[in-house]
Design a protein around this ligand. Structure first.
Ligand code: NAD
Length: 361
């Protein structure tokens, strides 16, 4: 057994179909009297429903959250919270919405109650992101960690297959990298493998039958575990590459994760054999990287950088950016290796397992 340090954060999680009915009780439990509800324009209906449930506790709805938390939006939301003297923020929506809630909490003592409606996992992490002048900066701060998270799988029923699939692969990516994290620990390893199992079995059903509530519950259970592991341990080359591609080439977040994941996994294949075995077993596949690729194909998600808008002539710059600052990865980072990884991801080819080259696995 490896030595480890695990600083477990305190968070209250309520999980279950219909748990949105407990929103007012959960807000009341925090002693809050004046609640600001934040969301995106597209998820406004969720916020209006939350306001109805909160009754007089709901002071206002701020429905201007946007992808990557533009600083102007964060400032406007902070101003609104201060002007209205609110004492709690309910963030109901996907990662963009929860990111805005975090941006408010970063500069005020407001507790966040997060109600996620995608599988991104932000609600379980102390990581925040803010975009200023076209540059997204991220940081870690315990103040932004939602104090209460309410998972109601019924709220994900409207998530269309083309968003559900990549969003679930985004969650899977957190679990994959947690298994070879530098600061991995036994509890997080258990959560990550269980997260992969839950997502791998549920996502194909979710995209085929979007209104299957059992599969939706299973997927959100996997997403909860994925968010937990993302918040607990450090990520490596996969997340670094996705951050670079999303930030510098404006590629869609969940789709980038989907495309890069099999190739980042193949990149680390020989350097993290224990993690590879756990991933492959959890996927029920002979090879981790190929299993992830096959899952993406099966759920009809994008498999190449080309199809999600990456310019071919940007691959060199992306490889340079991703190899500039040294960071932990089980396999040492080198330009040639990362450039090849990006080339493979651009083409969308199925990763080869050299140990089994010539066979069909
Ligand atoms: P998102 O919130 O922008 O949602 C993606 C899309 O799904 C949007 O079009 C949204 O309108 C739609 N949507 C959301 N819920 C829906 C529902 N129930 N029904 C129908 N449509 C719905 O993005 P996301 O993929 O949830 O999250 C990605 C963002 O979150 C990125 O900015 C990423 O950096 C951030 N993120 C942060 C962390 C963290 O720990 N800080 C973790 C994961 C993701």
């Amino acid at each position: 057994m490896r030595s480890f340090v695990y600083d477990h954060p305190a968070q209250r999680v309520i999980f279950g179909i219909g748990s949105i009915e407990r929103l007012a009780d959960e807000v009341g439990r925090l002693g809050a009297r004046r609640v600001l509800i934040v969301t995106t324009p597209a998820e406004r209906r969720f916020a209006d429903d939350a306001a109805r449930r909160l009754g007089p506790l709901a002071i206002d709805v701020f429905a201007e959250a946007a992808m990557h938390v533009p600083i102007e939006t964060a400032r406007a939301a902070r101003r609104r919270a201060a002007e209205l003297n609110v004492d709690c923020c309910v963030a109901i929506g996907g990662g963009s919405t929860i990111g805005l809630g975090k941006a408010i909490a970063l500069e005020s003592p407001l507790p966040i109650v997060a109600v996620p409606t995608t599988y991104a996992g932000s609600e379980m992490t102390p990581i925040y992101g803010l975009t200023e002048g076209g540059v997204k900066k991220t940081g870690r701060d315990r103040r932004v960690l939602p104090v209460t998270v309410l998972y109601d799988p019924a709220l994900t029923l409207s998530l269309p297959p083309q968003i559900s699939g990549p969003s679930g692969m985004n969650a899977l990516a957190h679990c994959v990298e947690a298994l070879y994290a530098e600061d991995a620990n036994p509890l997080i390893t258990l959560a990550a493998t269980e997260g992969i199992r839950a997502l791998a079995r549920s996502l194909p059903v979710v995209v085929r039958q979007p209104d299957n509530l059992d599969a939706r519950s299973d997927a959100q259970y996997g997403a909860w575990l994925a968010g937990m592991v993302l918040g607990a341990v450090g990520m490596a080359i996969h997340h670094k590459l996705c951050h670079t591609l999303g930030g510098s080439f404006n590629l869609p977040h969940a789709e980038v994760h989907t495309v890069i994941l099999p190739h980042a996994t193949a990149f680390n294949r020989d350097a993290a054999p224990d993690a590879m075995r756990l991933i492959a077993d959890a996927l029920g596949a002979p090879d981790a990287a190929q299993g992830l690729y096959d899952l993406a194909v099966r759920i009809g998600a994008p498999i190449s950088l080309e199809e999600i808008g990456m310019p071919l002539d940007g691959l060199d710059r992306a490889a340079t950016l991703a190899t500039t600052n040294p960071y932990y990865n089980p396999r040492p980072i080198d330009f040639a290796g990362v450039r090849q990884l990006l080339e493979d991801a651009y083409q969308g080819t199925r990763p080869i397992n050299p140990a089994k080259a010539g066979s069909h696995v």
